[in-house]
Design a protein around this ligand. Sequence first.
Ligand SMILES: Cc1cc2nc3c(=O)[nH]c(=O)nc-3n(C[C@H](O)[C@H](O)[C@H](O)COP(=O)(O)O)c2cc1C
Length: 186
Amino acid sequence: METPLQTDHDIRQRIWVELQRATHDRHHEWRTPVLATVGADGLPGARTVVLRHADVKSASLAFYTDSRSPKVAELVAAPHASFVFWSKRLSWQLRVRAHMTVQTSGPQVNEVWERMRQSPAAGDYLAAAAPGALLAGASEPPAPAGLQHHLAIVTAQVLAIDWLELARAGHRRAVLTATSFEWRVP
Ligand SMILES: Cc1cc2nc3c(=O)[nH]c(=O)nc-3n(C[C@H](O)[C@H](O)[C@H](O)COP(=O)(O)O)c2cc1C
């Protein structure tokens, strides 16, 4: 069994190491966090996304989406969101509060698209109809893919991380911001 991390510095560092790993390890449990947003009706909505980037220096995370998906409109209208990550291996939950920005064009989007366009995932961003649009009929074939992609990069500027460690010897919890680390009652 691993020795529990003791210092705030160790915990902060390990959180970001694991987030970074999750962006390139398909089997990492933190690769697919749940993203919670506030809908136009003021009600919460949540869905799974794939973590694509995690950068400790800028304290940012990113995922890709279809610019026409409802969550994009929600994030533009209310740019605050939470990610929830759980790892059984680490026995760690992260609840990450973040300020979100959506990019639908520009050099970064072009660069990601150039990498993605030859991959099977490209089809996700070329669909003729927007995600969530009503299907006209179950027997109707899907409309052919368009040529224009709808890839968007959603970047989360991390404001606070609520870290919870479950352990037989006693649970631990702390809230981390860029400038602070506070132990909390789990
Ligand atoms: C394992 C898994 C990974 C997913 N990854 C993404 C993703 O990276 N980006 C995305 O837009 N949707 C992703 N989805 C689909 C979303 O969960 C959701 O169904 C879709 O984006 C529509 O969400 P919305 O209606 O809230 O916009 C994923 C779903 C699963 C099950």
